[in-house]
Design a protein. Structure first.
Length: 498
């Protein structure tokens, strides 16, 4: 009981002490000048605050917070004025020109590029293909069918066989020709009778029997005199034999069985694909991609277009564009490429026959050897009838032979070449050519060849002399020479005694 009361009294005492200690006898006084000064002095003398301030300002430079003096500003301005980068920017801004939107020539050039562009053609083809579920009746499909029919050997032979089986006009079966033959026979009979009456009357007149005529004919055939006479008459004449169906059949069999023809056809078809690929837009795009990937084409374009050119940007000047356009017109490669892209293989009907299209069409027909051979095979070859020059077929054959004549072909080619006019070189083109000559590799090699084999004297500078002296000092040969020249030492006393 005593212990419990002692513990309770102690707890109460401690609780009362804590309550009294929590109560503050002094209130917080307002900050005065002395208290603020004392606080700053304590912070300055505090080692913890000093280290904290040092850690905060560590790594900072006092020069970064300095103001720019007038000398530094002037130096920066001079450096900016002398900067090559800013100079080039100003030069580029001077070389540029302001573009005028929607000019007539720009619209015309844009429309022409869209018409010539293969991309627009592909987009139209894809749009048409997406709209139609069936490919039957499309222009490219119909064009491919016509090309396959024209190039098919089977259809060509069927057409030839059908035309060969038809009834052709034969002048020997006409009424006028028969009447002329009858008149000639009657006239010859009259002449024969007149000559017969002039013969000696004492000869016995034998009737014109069939077996007598046969005997006379056989005797003439067996007579060497008559044989030689007929041979002398027919000597030097050109004999034409009709190409009958049996002869044509034998000729074809002979060609098929000929080993020489077989080898010739094999040599012609060697290296060619067995399938005839039509020039579709996809095929042309693949072919163009292969040409672009070809290293040979890349190097050739580099040598023609880039190598040896000036570094100055001349592509923006109108004079250079004019010279470039003239060179592209005179370039046969560009002409053929444009023909391949714009004309060849397009089955669409173009608007109006312009003079350029008519001229290109006539030139392609004249230069087409395949059409010439086809006309020769179907219309001229194998016709051996001796007809008069007034027949329409003979006139047409003579006209075809004149067109196919090499002399006529050369005359037409010379006329076409004479119509080509060359444009004079403008001052810009002459300047570009002169720059190309200056930068040309040929001129560089010419100077090199002129200097080759000649001795060029080099002045000995202090650096060269110092390098020579160092080489002599570090030379192994010189070191060995110096070692070989040793000083002789006299024999010591011990050696003399021994």
């Amino acid at each position: 009981m005593k212990n419990a009361t002692a513990l309770i009294s102690e707890i109460k005492y401690k609780g009362a002490g804590k309550e009294e200690s929590s109560k503050c006898l002094y209130a917080q006084m307002p900050a005065t000048i002395d208290t603020v000064f004392a606080k700053e002095v304590s912070q300055i003398q505090s080692q913890k605050y000093y280290k904290h301030k040092h850690d905060v300002e560590k790594g900072k430079s006092n020069y970064s917070s300095m103001q720019e003096p007038p000398e530094v500003k002037h130096a920066m301005e001079v450096n900016r004025n002398q900067s090559t980068v800013l100079y080039k920017k100003d030069a580029l801004s001077m070389h540029r020109y302001t573009e005028i939107a929607d000019r007539l020539d720009i619209k015309k050039a844009t429309q022409t590029s869209r018409l010539v562009s293969n991309v627009e053609y592909k987009n139209d083809a894809k749009a048409a293909a997406a709209m139609k579920t069936s490919i039957i009746g499309r222009p490219d499909i119909e064009h491919a069918k016509e090309v396959s029919k024209l190039t098919s050997q089977i259809n060509y032979k069927d057409k030839y066989i059908k035309e060969g089986k038809r009834h052709h006009y034969n002048p020997q079966e006409s009424a006028s020709f028969r009447q002329l033959q009858t008149a000639n026979a009657l006239a010859s009979n009259v002449k024969y009778k007149l000559d017969l009456q002039r013969i000696n009357r004492t000869a016995s007149h034998l009737p014109n029997l069939l077996h007598l005529e046969h005997a006379l004919t056989a005797s003439k055939l067996q007579s060497a005199y008559e044989y030689k006479k007929q041979f002398e008459k027919s000597k030097g004449h050109y004999h034409l034999a009709l190409d009958t169906s049996e002869q044509l059949h034998h000729k074809e069999n002979k060609i098929l069985q000929s080993q020489v023809k077989y080898k010739e056809e094999y040599e012609k078809s060697k290296g060619k694909s067995m399938l005839e690929v039509m020039e579709t837009p996809n095929y042309l795009a693949t072919k163009e991609a292969q040409n672009l990937q070809s290293e040979k084409e890349y190097r050739r374009d580099y040598d023609e277009a880039i190598k040896g050119r000036m570094s100055v940007d001349l592509d923006m000047t109108p004079s250079y564009l004019h010279a470039k356009h003239v060179s592209s017109l005179l370039n046969e490669k560009e002409y053929r490429k444009e023909w391949e892209e714009n004309i060849k293989g397009k089955g669409l009907a173009l608007a109006g026959d312009t003079p350029d299209r008519v001229r290109v069409r006539n030139a392609s027909q004249i230069l087409n050897e395949r059409e010439y051979k086809k006309d020769f095979e179907t219309q001229i070859k194998g016709k051996g009838m001796e007809l008069s020059a007034d027949v329409l077929d003979i006139k047409r054959a003579m006209k075809a032979s004149e067109v196919a004549s090499q002399k006529k072909y050369k005359d037409e080619a010379e006329k076409m070449l004479s119509t080509v006019t060359t444009l004079a070189d403008t001052p810009e083109m002459e300047r570009v050519k002169e720059n190309q000559k200056n930068v040309s590799m040929i001129q560089y090699t010419a100077d090199l060849k002129s200097l080759k084999g000649k001795v060029i004297a080099v002045i000995e500078t202090p650096e060269i002399r110092l390098a020579k002296e160092n080489c002599m000092k570090f030379s192994d040969v010189k070191y060995k020479e110096e070692v070989g020249q040793g000083t002789s030492i006299s024999d010591p006393f011990d050696l003399k005694r021994v």
